[in-house]
Design a protein around this ligand. Structure first.
Ligand SMILES: Nc1ncnc2c1ncn2[C@@H]1O[C@H](COP(=O)(O)OP(=O)(O)OP(=O)(O)O)[C@@H](O)[C@H]1O
Length: 382
């Protein structure tokens, strides 16, 4: 747990970067700090690992007041990732990754094994990339090495300052997805600075919206910040396209899904077609012998078994993915629907119409403070 208690930072030239700020990050929680350039996000973060000393106030890590802790020892308990990756240019990827274990005096074999494990964890091939130098990597790869390095000594806390800021939007989204998956596994306590509202919404369990002078205007879940901005500043900052941003924070639930007819790979085609016709559907989902998702088959007449005609389904998302992920899959694969799976088990399909309904229900639930399932949608009949 990290707790900032009425922290103020005034720089020697009189700039008030942070004013009387209180904030807490629970163990295993990811809190995003978001706000315009110069609003004091970085100053706030750097006070936590004592790269900057607060003028007043106290900062706690668990129950320890770290305003008095040894900064070097403190930083070993906190991984730190910065925008450019901050890698040492004359050290290889593997050497960069094990910077902290080496400083801690781990023996070389153990440190190397840890480096290899971490590169794999962040999706880089150690055999291929471990001996390269940072300039021989893409921007996205460098950021991943930055994350691997921060995790090397398994610190309980991660401080991340615009870690995905230097890469293009497509790579950024990819890194965010992987990072979320990683965090589900690792459950680090994370303070994450960004000026990108979409990123703050997507990654944060809670988000702190800053205004100039290091003031927090709202500190709440992304869903609440989007649904019920605390004041005009926050409403302006989160922007008019709140509905679109809600796509990122609204999870798919089983109630959103349609259940098309289901056939098996070994079913004879005429039997499968009869099933389709009975259900009034143009296509069916195909499951394999184990009951896992294989793909789909359409209603064109054919002989043989479903196996001869079935096509693989490329567009799928795990249950509890966001509506935005589902929409992204549909666009990427030019698909009219996406399959939703729980592990390998097929749960149902999400169609564009159902996705739209789920989004409207999510907005209605937030506005009226009721569960999404209780929202009654008026529909204009076409
Ligand atoms: N060493 C310093 N001396 C004086 N003023 C400083 C110093 N460092 C930062 N500031 C000022 O403090 C304020 C907050 O800066 P900070 O870097 O924390 O903002 P930020 O929100 O992280 O901005 P950005 O998104 O642009 O990185 C700014 O007005 C900045 O100019």
């Amino acid at each position: 747990m990290i707790r900032l208690d009425r922290v103020t930072k005034r720089y020697p030239d009189g700039t008030d970067a942070v004013a009387d700020l209180s904030l807490d990050v629970a163990t295993g929680e990811l809190v995003t700090l978001v706000g315009p350039s110069g609003c004091g996000k970085t100053t706030t973060m750097k006070m936590v690992n004592r790269l900057i000393e607060p003028t007043s106030g106290r900062i706690f890590l668990d129950d320890e007041d770290i305003t008095r802790a040894d900064p070097v020892k403190l930083r070993r308990r906190m991984g730190y990732v910065i925008q450019s990756g901050g890698l040492f240019p004359h050290r290889t990827v593997l050497e960069n990754t094990v910077t902290v274990p080496s400083l801690l005096g781990w023996d070389r074999r153990k440190a190397k094994a840890r480096g290899v494990e971490l590169l794999e964890l962040v999706g880089l091939d150690p055999a291929k990339l471990g001996d390269r130098y940072p300039h021989q990597l893409s921007g996205g790869q460098r950021q991943r090495v930055g994350v691997a390095r921060a995790l090397a000594a398994d610190p309980p806390v991660l401080l991340m300052d615009e870690p995905f800021g230097a890469v293009d939007p497509v790579v950024r989204e990819h890194l965010q997805t992987e990072f979320l998956r990683l965090q589900q596994e690792l459950r680090k306590t994370i303070l994450f600075v960004t000026h990108d509202i979409e990123e703050a919404v997507r990654l944060g369990d809670r988000m702190a919206v800053f205004s100039m002078g290091g003031r927090i205007e709202q500190f709440d879940t992304p869903s609440s910040v989007l649904g019920a901005p605390a004041n005009d500043y926050v409403a302006d900052f989160v922007g008019a396209d709140r509905g679109l941003k809600r796509l990122s924070v609204t999870e798919i639930t089983p109630d959103d899904l349609e259940l098309p007819p289901i056939v098996r790979l070994d079913d004879p085609m005429p039997e499968a077609l009869a099933k389709l016709r009975a259900a009034g559907s143009r296509w069916a989902v195909v499951l394999d012998d184990a009951g896992d998702l294989h793909g789909w088959v359409d209603d064109r007449v054919g002989t043989g078994t479903v196996r001869d005609r079935a096509r693989r389904m490329e567009a799928w998302v795990p249950v509890h993915a966001s509506l935005k992920q589902a929409f992204g899959e549909m666009l990427q694969h030019d698909a009219g629907w996406v399959a939703v799976v729980d592990g390998d088990r097929f749960v149902g399909v999400l169609t564009p119409a159902r996705l739209h309904e789920a989004l409207r229900r999510s907005i209605g639930a937030e506005e009226r403070d009721i569960p999404p399932a209780d929202v009654v949608l008026d529909t204009i009949e076409g």
